[in-house]
Design a protein around this ligand. Structure first.
Ligand SMILES: Nc1ncnc2c1ncn2[C@@H]1O[C@H](COP(=O)(O)OP(=O)(O)OP(=O)(O)O)[C@@H](O)[C@H]1O
Ligand SMILES: [Mg+2]
Length: 414
């Protein structure tokens, strides 16, 4: 049971029978209570104000106001309500828009009662606790923890916003899910500037790990990492390029494997190269955020990299193409970008040179300095999209393992 009673849920769907059906699915969950239903987007807002649900289950297609607009308005009420969007398959674009609007999760119909209840519990756990002081730390037993996920931010073209995205994605995720252990490794080994973006002290760097590589363990790693005010832990790049040259692909691999044990999400900044150390990072990554701007030279290089990703047999879904500064003046339209690369643009981040440069020079990530800025909103949505897609992959892997186990057991029996 959630503290303070069951989790209060409001169901929103324009078909009353669907509301009834979903209520029935949740009827036997003792920690969840359906406190009401609404049959339109507009009604969902007044019902949220009146009933103060913890979680709203929101249909997308409704006649008066669609679920995405309703979600936006519910989030703007500032009541800490979490929204789970329900949609049918093939509405990928809706997923992105829903996350941008502030939804916390996305269920694809048809879903089971278990999936529904688990989603409600998960988003409830992640709700912001505005009045409850510092975020609670949920210590988990080491043995129960799944290995962390590595998300590298890469581009074959320099200056496209990799570092901006790396630091803001990590901080956005940490602010959204304070109980998660989030880290950054500055993998730009020669000219890394994550420390400058985050105003971190000139303390230890990855060079201190390399110098004592034979003693590499969790204690040494913790000693070398620096904590940002958001709670994100950072492994900084060497202070001088010549020290960066001493870091080998073997070092990078071992350090990232260790970080997987210690953190839930590890964001890795990179530089434009396909040398061995970068390939070590990309190979180990669960997701590669491939950054481009809507300009010809960047697209030309992204196209070349996508061909390499094919040769490396990266599975579908590993690479997420992100168009940064997507709405820049005279930029190539995003539909055209997808068409010419034959690769879907998974997310777009808007262009705001003044706000981004200002935040870099003040050394405060934009998602903290200006959370309402469209660039911040886009980055927060991308962070959620990454977590969501990794969660889906994890569930699919678990289901595949279970199926394999079952087949194995059946074979033994027969
Ligand atoms: N969304 C954005 N809107 C406007 N300007 C942006 C945006 N994102 C990044 N920039 C600008 O682009 C420049 C490069 O950003 P950043 O340093 O993050 O790129 P990078 O790919 O890490 O570059 P490098 O090759 O130096 O590592 C910065 O001046 C930053 O202000
Ligand atoms: Mg950079």
């Amino acid at each position: 049971m959630a503290e303070g009673g069951p989790i209060k849920v409001l169901i929103v769907d324009d078909i009353p029978e669907t509301c009834d059906y979903l209520s029935k699915l949740l009827h036997f969950e003792r920690d969840i209570q359906v406190v009401g239903t609404a049959n339109s987007g507009k009604e969902s807002i007044s019902r949220t104000r009146e009933l103060r649900p913890d979680v709203v289950l929101m249909d997308i297609n409704m006649p008066d106001m669609d679920g995405i607009t309703a979600t936006e308005q519910i989030i703007e009420l500032g009541l800490g309500t979490q929204v789970v969007i329900m949609s049918v398959q093939g509405e990928q674009d809706y997923l992105r828009r829903a996350m941008l609007a502030g939804a916390s999760d996305f269920l694809v119909k048809p879903f089971s009662g278990d999936e529904l209840a688990n989603s409600i519990r998960q988003v409830y756990k992640r709700r912001p606790r505005v009045r409850e002081g510092p975020a609670e730390q949920v210590p988990e037993a080491r043995a129960e923890r799944a290995p962390g996920r590595i998300i590298s931010v890469f581009s074959p073209k320099g200056g496209v916003g990799r570092t901006t995205l790396t630091v803001n994605l990590a901080v956005a995720l940490k602010l959204d899910q304070p109980e998660r252990r989030v880290a950054i490794m500055d993998g730009n080994l020669l000219f890394g500037d994550v420390g400058v973006f985050l105003n971190l002290p000139q303390e230890k760097t990855i060079s201190d790990l390399v110098a004592r590589f034979d003693q590499l363990d969790a204690g040494l790693l913790a000693d070398v990492m620096v904590t940002h005010s958001s709670g994100v832990k950072v492994l900084k790049a060497p202070l001088k390029p010549q020290q960066g040259e001493m870091v080998t692909a073997e070092h990078v691999r071992a350090i990232l494997e260790l970080m997987r044990e210690e953190f839930d999400y590890i964001f890795v900044d990179t530089w434009s190269s396909l040398e061995e150390r970068i390939l070590a990072i990309l190979d180990l990554s669960d997701r590669i955020v491939l950054v481009t701007t809507p300009e010809m030279p960047a697209l030309k290089n992204v196209l070349l990299f996508l061909a390499v990703a094919d040769l490396l047999r990266y599975p579908p879904g590993k690479v997420l193409l992100v168009a940064n500064r997507a709405d820049m003046r005279h930029g190539i339209p995003i539909a055209e970008v997808s068409r010419s690369l034959r690769f879907e643009v998974a997310a777009t981040i808007s262009n705001d040179g003044q706000a981004v440069t200002n935040s870099i020079n003040r050394e405060v990530p934009l998602v903290q300095a200006e959370p309402g800025n469209p660039v911040s909103k886009g980055i927060r949505a991308l962070a959620k999209q990454l977590v969501f897609s990794l969660g889906v992959a994890e569930a699919e892997e678990a289901a595949a393992r279970e199926k394999k186990g079952l087949v194995g057991r059946l074979r033994k029996v027969s």
